[in-house]
Design a protein around this ligand. Structure first.
Ligand SMILES: CC(C)(COP(=O)(O)OP(=O)(O)OC[C@H]1O[C@@H](n2cnc3c(N)ncnc32)[C@H](O)[C@@H]1OP(=O)(O)O)[C@@H](O)C(=O)NCCC(=O)NCCSC(=O)C[C@H](O)C(=O)O
Ligand SMILES: [Mg+2]
Length: 306
């Protein structure tokens, strides 16, 4: 059985901003910025001797006021470290939308966290995201994503981490990511096979607007749902590049109207202005228009709170 990406429930994950949990000022900024999701990082952006302080910051942040209209994800330290279990206790106490596991090598890494959540009776809608950023993680991307299909699995999203992957493999940073594209596509293929989302890696040089634009365009063309970000300046371009543009919305609406025409009743394929359009394109068009509606609703809600 194959699952068409267009039939998955549509989530907005164009811009996924990482915020070091050690930085209360940056945490506070997440209320005002227009990203779709926030990753509260307890892992690599927090020094070992400050992990407890970072957890305390997150407790204070979550208890102060709810973060409206954005997915909330906590990135923990690997369970094999001295910090992983304390991070999981915090996740269970704070009940974010998801927990992000770093350096996932194999499906068992995801299952171990799933078991901890179930033993703690964590709500079913507390999902698991997995960072794919090790050579074994790339090699196992398909079996990791497949684990998301086992009954009761909470796996929802894979996030590529190219800093770690470059460190492990020796691939050098270069525009176009030519040596990395095959591995990135392996992740996209894996999520497409098992109905998950894939988020493209961070782009470190947050002042390089042109470089960031090019990488967003590439990530979008490869099939990523969005991009992990490190700086608020990256949010607007990520939203623009990973959201449907007006031309795509107009085209999708035309496909929906063409199939709604009684003349299309009983037809699986029609001529839409000289182009073959099938019902599979209708499904894609409906999904795109739904996404556009979600974005419009978010913008309207944001205007209300201004
Ligand atoms: C990279 C930074 C350390 C730069 O910070 P800074 O020098 O403070 O930048 P600016 O002066 O331009 O900041 C302007 C204001 O914006 C706020 N800010 C900056 N970044 C963020 C953020 N991510 N979220 C919220 N707010 C942010 C600053 O506080 C300034 O505010 P104000 O002082 O009021 O003017 C910094 O951007 C940063 O720490 N970024 C995130 C780093 C991070 O999360 N790292 C972990 C994720 S990366 C990753 O996962 C790699 C992956 O694992 C892999 O292997 O590839
Ligand atoms: Mg990493």
């Amino acid at each position: 059985m194959s699952r068409n990406p267009a039939t998955r429930s549509v989530r907005l994950r164009r811009s996924v901003l990482s915020v070091p949990a050690i930085n209360p000022r940056a945490l506070e900024k997440t209320h005002a910025v227009d990203c779709d999701a926030v990753i509260f990082d307890l892992e690599d952006s927090v020094a070992p001797e400050r992990k407890a302080e970072a957890r305390e910051n997150l407790r204070n942040f979550f208890s102060a006021r709810p973060l409206e209209g954005k997915e909330r994800i906590i990135r923990i330290n690997d369970l094999s470290t001295n910090f992983g279990l304390a991070d999981m206790e915090l996740v269970i106490a704070l009940n974010p939308d998801a927990v992000l596991l770093p350096k996932v090598d194999e499906p068992q890494d995801v299952m171990a966290v799933g078991d901890l959540l179930s033993e703690a009776d964590a709500p079913e809608d507390l999902r698991i995201w997995a960072m794919i950023e090790t050579p074994r993680g790339i090699l196992n991307a398909a079996v990791i994503a497949e684990a998301g299909r086992t009954p009761g699995s909470r796996l929802d999203c894979l996030v590529v981490g190219l800093n770690d992957l470059r460190k492990e493999t020796g691939v050098l940073p270069e525009p176009g990511r030519s040596y990395l594209v095959p591995w990135l596509m392996q992740v996209v293929l894996a999520v497409s096979a098992y109905g998950l989302d894939a988020i493209d890696s961070v782009f470190n040089d947050f002042r390089d607007e042109q470089g960031f634009d090019a990488e967003c365009l590439q990530g979008r063309a490869m099939g990523f749902a969005g991009k992990m970000l490190i700086h608020p300046a990256q949010i607007e371009p990520a939203n623009r590049h990973f959201g449907p543009d007006q031309a795509a919305i107009t085209e999708a609406e035309a496909i929906i109207s063409a199939f709604a025409d009684p003349a299309s009743d009983g037809l699986n394929v029609i001529n839409a202005g000289g182009r073959m359009v099938e019902r599979l394109h209708l499904v894609q068009a409906e999904s795109l228009v739904h996404k556009a509606c979600l974005i419009a609703a978010r913008q309207a809600a944001a205007r209300k709170t201004m």
